[in-house]
Design a protein around this ligand. Structure first.
Ligand SMILES: Cc1ncc(COP(=O)(O)O)c(C=O)c1O
Length: 388
């Protein structure tokens, strides 16, 4: 199974981002990992090969990405998938009918849909709780609880979970603690340091950072989990192609350069919005008015570029969405370009309306992903959209 190069962990984050998991190509010395477009590998004899047999099991480009992200998260093993959802689906295959999983109530809409519309029919049992309150997570655990899964900060309500507190609860319950770290990235938050067993990402977002591929990845320090994931990755086969792996790997090389800019742009935009619209309508963990600002400062090194705003109604949301010129109306997030979206009809349309309303994903909520453009241009765009 894919294991980091131990010496990579001696390097700082930016050096890891550029080099971890990659070595000059043994054939040519190519500094950049080649895109190994092959489905199979020639073997010298029965049972004699160079460690590669068939590309669903292993591909050198994919392995470089797996080692790279594992090193960034401070993990030991990594497993890449064809999408964030493919990764989560494969993670869930570690469990069996009758197992119970405690899940954050505000997670990406596709996560809820996978659990609610598919996996529960295979006998997995889910309890959705407000993980802002760690006690609720503890209260939801049962003798058959095998995993606790959270997203922090959440999509789209930007709510946080106390990683250390839930890490303790998971340990006591003997449950696998799984964290979706897509929004924060390892640059701002390293859940494994707080007791998480598995961290996963939609690499489609900040890790790739250029909105040109779909992918997912999970990492872990635990050999027992890695063995299961290695088996599932090959047996279920939701693997990424070498070109997508390479695009994600190219993206992680600049993660440490992009994230501070997403963060500084996010802070400026959020501050202006809160001033103009009122702090209660603008959700950003970097604002002192965010109810979990202190927790954000404790477990995150920055607040990122994701901001949500309550506009009051779908009509008001639509009116303002149409005015943006630099921010583009589109699903997804985490790319170099700024995007704006309407979670109720886009990313969270698969969550039933009563559930959405109960959570606070209203028809009036809009979500901004601040890119890395010039902050003045982003601010001008926001100002004209909200004032004209
Ligand atoms: C937080 C989060 N996790 C997981 C996913 C799913 O990832 P993908 O779209 O790569 O399947 C998304 C997608 O938006 C997401 O926002």
């Amino acid at each position: 199974m894919t294991r980091i190069f131990d010496e990579d962990l001696k390097a700082g984050f930016g050096t890891r981002a550029i080099h971890a998991g990659q070595r000059p190509d043994p054939l040519s010395g190519a500094i950049m990992t080649p895109i190994y477009t092959t489905s199979t590998y020639v073997q010298e004899g029965l049972g004699e090969n160079k460690g590669y047999e068939y590309a669903r099991g292993k591909n050198p480009t994919r392995e470089a990405l797996e080692r790279n992200v594992a090193a960034l998260e401070g993990a030991v093993h990594g497993f890449a998938f064809s999408s964030g959802m493919g990764c989560l689906d494969s993670l869930m295959k570690m469990f069996r009918a009758g197992d119970h999983i405690v899940c954050g109530e505000n997670v990406y809409g596709g996560t809820f849909r996978l659990f609610d519309k598919i996996l529960q029919h295979f006998g997995l049992e889910f309890t959705f709780v407000d993980t802002r309150d760690a006690q609720r997570v503890a209260d939801a655990c049962k003798p058959n609880t095998k995993a606790i899964l959270i997203e922090t900060p959440t999509n789209p309500l930007i709510r946080l979970t106390d990683l250390a507190a839930v890490g303790e609860i998971a340990k006591k319950a003997n449950a696998v603690f799984i964290v979706d770290n897509t929004f924060a990235t390892p640059f701002f938050q390293r859940p494994l340091d707080y007791g998480a067993d598995v961290v996963y990402h939609s690499t489609t977002k900040y890790l790739n950072g250029h909105s040109d591929m779909i992918g997912g990845i999970c990492v872990t320090k635990r050999d027992d989990i890695a063995e299961k994931m290695q088996f599932i990755q090959n047996a279920a086969g939701a693997v990424p192609g070498p070109f997508d792996s390479w695009l994600a790997l190219r993206g992680t090389k600049t993660l440490h350069l992009r994230m501070p800019r997403h963060d500084s742009n996010g802070r400026v935009i959020a501050a202006w919005l809160a001033d103009r619209l009122g702090h209660e309508r603008v959700i950003y963990p970097g604002l002192e008015s965010h109810p979990q600002h202190e927790l954000a400062k404790r477990q995150m090194k920055g607040f990122g570029g994701m901001i949500s705003i309550e506009m009051g109604s779908k009509e008001k949301a639509n009116a303002v969405l149409k005015k943006f010129r630099v921010f583009s109306l589109a699903e997804s997030l985490g790319g170099v370009e700024s995007l704006i979206s309407h979670p109720a009809s886009m990313t969270h349309a698969s969550v039933p309306i009563d559930r959405r309303e109960q959570l606070g994903i209203t028809e009036g909520l809009i979500r901004m992903s601040c890119g890395v453009e010039e902050v003045d241009d982003l601010l001008d765009d926001v100002v004209q959209a909200f004032t004209k």
